[in-house]
Write a protein that binds this ligand. Sequence first.
Ligand code: EPU
Length: 439
Amino acid sequence: MNDVLTIHGGTPLRGTIQVRGAKNFVSKAMVAALLGEKVSILRNVPSIRDVAVVTGLLELHGVTVEDVGDPDGELRLDPRNVEHAQVSDIDAHAGASRIPILFCGPLLHRLGQAFIPDLGGCRIGDRPINYHLDVLRQFGASVEKEPHGIAISAPCGLQGTKLSLPYPSVGGTEQVLLTAVRARGVTELRNAAIEPEIMDLIAVLQKMGAIISVEVDRVIKVEGVDSLGGYVHTALPDRIETASWASAALATGGDITVMGARQLEMMTFLNVFRKVGGILTVGDEGIRFTHPGSPLNSLVIETAVHPGFMTDWQQPLVVALTQASGLSIVHETVYENRFGFTQALRDMGAQIQLYRECLGGLPCRFGQRDFKHSAVVSGPTKLSAADIEVPDLRGGFSHLIGALAAEGTSRVRGIGLIDRGYEHFQEKLDALGAHYERD
Ligand code: EPU
């Protein structure tokens, strides 16, 4: 229902759009508010479905979430009357997102126990939660698997600990932070993720009264405190959305200015954009991404944890690489299964081969296993219209870009998935001169 876009492609996207706060920070900052005893105010919040899912879960636990709205995109979160939620109500949120797993630490601190429904999120690999559960156990929580989720309790409270993540996982690091800030004593985390969204979460927690230091070599230390207050914070801009529109400018031969985009957290992407041949203009208010008007260059890239090239930038960029001259190699090292979206591009005429081997970089943990996690893109290829089903959030946006770049009329089904993480994307398509209908 209203879930299909009919796209008449072949028109360069040109114009100006605005990005707001990062999906992968805003949802975590909302959860952090649950840890405090006072009201928090979060600004630059995008209107996306993931925010609605977290709002629903917070409200079930007695947090009042008031959407003050524009111009600042402000949310006011009042956690003063936190209460237990009905398991059946929580269960209704099963499969909606991966954020519920981050409620564990805050709910254990506030209520002594938590029930977490089965998780959702994009199907881009196995996406286990073993790091999260191990972390909680190391803080002294008891974790029981139940038919529809996980029951967690900590009758004796949570105790700071020394731990090390097997991989610098974003969610694993957030789980430690949200649990350690109010645990007794000191927590030392090794092999932590240090993505800009995590740094912004640390800034929020510091505003609330936490004591957290980020040390050399991915070590984070947290000195637990007895109670936390609220925060007033403006979310950092969404660097995944920015890179998605930048790739759309390259793939369609267009010129897109992304207002609100910030250079600092995007330097790795900006270098790659320039190496492909794109023209960049970085201003105080945003970044302009322009196709050079001449053939794009092929290149070799490898996705990695920050400060490497983000896995979430990979999918939109691959669409642009179908228009580059020569062979590009893309080695995906964060998720084992993030090239499923390339089938639709092949259906549109792209030449993309997938390999099990670690191509073009260092061997990663998926090498010598049965995961097709390297891609060779041969270009430039003319893309032609196709009927496509959206597989996941970033893959779906890539399909959209593919259809906008292709000659002819494509039908893209399952478009609702894109609303999870791209605010008002249809209005943005309008602003950029895209030709489409939603039915
Ligand atoms: N992993 C485990 N066990 C765990 C947790 C993670 O093996 O318990 C593995 C994952 O399977 C993956 C790797 O560790 O291979 C890294 O996963 P990570 O925990 O870093 O990812 P995440 O926290 O689940 C967030 C973003 C993703 C983004 C990744 C990497 C949110 C809600 N999601 O996921 O964003 O790709 O970090 O930067 O913050 C998206 O926005 O479309 C998206 C998928």
